[in-house]
Design a protein around this ligand. Structure first.
Ligand code: FAD
Length: 422
């Protein structure tokens, strides 16, 4: 592995056989998360691919010329030509390997794979998920001198990292950018000394044995596990939804309704959360249209009656969204009548989607006691049905899912564990 500067780019990159080039910056958590993976892979692939690093701030002109806009960015070159897709953000080891393998002959790839040695590391506690719940548990455990590792399939921060603004987290007078709030939470826990293994592939979780296998070859063992893997909102799957998430499409009324004072919004869904959240959103908006796929709402009777009486709420039955398009400040929701197939465009200032959430428990759902919606059941100390396994935050069975409640759960689990280890 070698550090280069812009004047060496021509010789070291363009005139070489195979190269992987890492544009990194300082004070860049995703760059820190990548550094050990890059170093590790350079030991495996280093005889066949040149591993180069270049400091982006010090080589700004070259970065701009190459269109590198964020740190870290990984570029791959074969005989002077850029190949594969650029990787950026929370880069996983498996993503790098996928591109490197396309640059090498199959027998070489096989030879390199045979060199990968399984490794084992041991801790007191494994925390799965570095959102507010996991980060808080990590902080409290670390301050209790309990050797803890935080494992996340993405960069730390959880849902807060991609939330536009947070105005209800205590201690801040002004609304905080979600990525800053999550960054501060993460840095506080990391500075304390909690070990991070983030942007990894979680290959296997054995809750009974308290073992987690990451990136296929690394086994992490502990005496206890805290599950803090949060939830994922169900998506409509309509084109434009992913692109407009956080830019006009929201999945959280408590978080975002206040930004639509005197405006007009669309709500997709017709179950309990869609109807109850619609009622809440009408505290702010002038007009709200519920788009529901069936000819009746499926929410409980009481919520339905309230919604039907609410003069701000209109309901468009038997329609499903087909596309979301941003036009200036407005969101156009193209909907289709499920019977007549007639489409129409609804113009609004924002869209809320409430078609259910799913707890992120795919790797271990068969082992734990869950509630009827698939959330993990816990006792008041956040213990699950498996001894030594705790669960905190949005993934557990509870009524209210907010940053403050996730943080509280993380605190409780960590304090219960610390007490047990006294
Ligand atoms: C758009 C939006 C806006 C919001 N705004 C607000 C707000 O303004 N105020 C507020 O209080 N709340 C808000 N919320 C709710 C809040 O973000 C959540 O309640 C909170 O983040 C829950 O924290 P958590 O730690 O339980 O889970 P999450 O924040 O969801 O974090 C879970 C973490 O686990 C990781 N993970 C998932 N699966 C695995 C796995 N198999 N192995 C390892 N790691 C895994 C994920 O990558 C993630 O980092 C908002 C939610 C959304 C979606």
């Amino acid at each position: 592995m070698k550090e280069i500067n812009a004047s060496e780019f021509e010789r070291e990159v363009l005139q070489s056989e195979r190269v992987i080039l890492d544009f990194y910056s300082t004070e860049c958590p995703p760059c820190e998360a990548l550094a050990s993976k890059f170093e590790d892979l350079s030991r495996l692939y280093g005889n066949d691919v040149k591993f180069l690093k270049i400091f982006r701030q010090g080589n700004r002109e070259l970065a701009e010329k190459l269109g590198v806009k964020s740190s870290p960015t990984l570029l791959f070159y074969n005989k002077g030509q850029e190949v594969g897709s650029r990787l950026t953000g929370g880069i996983k080891r498996s993503e790098i390997i996928r591109t490197l393998d396309t640059m090498l002959p199959a027998d070489k790839v096989k030879e390199i794979k045979s060199l990968i040695k399984p490794s084992v590391s041991e801790f007191d506690v494994i925390i799965l998920g570095a959102g507010p719940g996991g980060l808080t548990a990590g902080l409290y455990l670390c301050q209790s001198k309990i050797n803890t590792v935080l494992i996340d399939i993405a960069l730390p921060g959880g849902q807060v990292r991609t939330t536009h603004e947070v105005s209800n987290y205590p201690g801040f007078i002004e609304p905080q950018a979600g990525y800053m709030l999550s960054h501060n939470m993460s840095e506080q826990t990391k500075l304390c000394g909690t070990i991070y293994k983030v942007a990894v592939d979680v290959t296997r979780v054995d809750l009974e044995k308290k073992e987690v296998v990451i990136d296929e070859h690394e086994t992490v063992k502990a005496k206890k596990i805290i599950i803090a893997t949060g939830t994922t909102p169900n998506l409509t799957g309509a084109p434009g939804e992913k692109e407009l998430k956080g830019k006009g499409i929201s999945y959280c009324a408590t978080c975002d309704a206040k930004y639509y004072d005197n405006k007009e919004v669309i709500v997709i869904g017709g179950g309990n959360s869609a109807v109850e959240e619609s009622e809440y959103i009408t505290r702010f908006v002038n007009k709200l249209t519920i788009v529901h796929q069936f000819d009746k709402l499926t929410a409980n009777k009481q919520a339905q009656e309230k919604a039907l009486k609410n003069p701000k709420i209109n309901i468009l039955f038997e329609n499903e969204p087909r596309a979301f398009i941003k036009e200036g400040d407005k969101i156009i929701t193209e909907v289709e009548n499920v019977k007549t197939k007639v489409r129409q465009k609804l113009v609004s200032d924002g869209v809320f989607i409430f078609i259910g959430m799913k707890p992120n428990i795919g790797l271990f759902k068969d082992k734990l006691e869950l509630d009827q919606w698939g959330y993990i059941k816990t006792d008041e100390d956040m213990r699950t049905s498996i001894p030594g396994v705790f669960a905190v935050g949005d993934v557990i069975s509870k009524k209210y899912r907010q940053i403050t409640t996730a943080v509280a759960d993380g605190t409780i689990a960590a304090m219960a564990i610390a007490k047990e280890s006294d």
